[in-house]
Design a protein around this ligand. Structure first.
Ligand code: SF4
Length: 91
């Protein structure tokens, strides 16, 4: 069995554990056509498919934190300033 076939098989199996409403997004992500879909799929999986848990995520050091879906507009505005401070401090 090739690695590619193995991946297809794993994806097909994984889909059975995803709520139906999120399956298309997951499949889009696995096709490699959308980083946004990939981040959304990862965050949803991380939280057990709870949108509010993604929005209120407390894993501040997670690499996806700043770009996670379901943020409020206020959350989006606070993250870039924090990123600049970190960059300045590390330079
Ligand atoms: S940002 Fe939060 S919800 Fe998204 S993957 Fe990271 S820890 Fe999980």
């Amino acid at each position: 069995m090739t690695c590619r076939n193995n991946r297809k098989e794993k994806i097909t199996k994984h889909v059975t554990h995803i709520p139906r409403v999120y399956v298309n997004n997951y499949l889009k992500a696995t096709r490699g056509k959308s980083l946004k879909a990939a981040v959304q799929a990862m965050c949803l999986e991380c939280t057990g498919y709870q949108k509010l848990e993604v929005r209120d995520c407390t894993a501040l050091a997670c690499p996806l934190y700043a770009v996670r879906p379901y943020q409020t507009p206020r959350q989006r505005h606070t993250v870039p300033n924090e990123s600049k401070e970190v960059t300045k401090q590390s330079a």
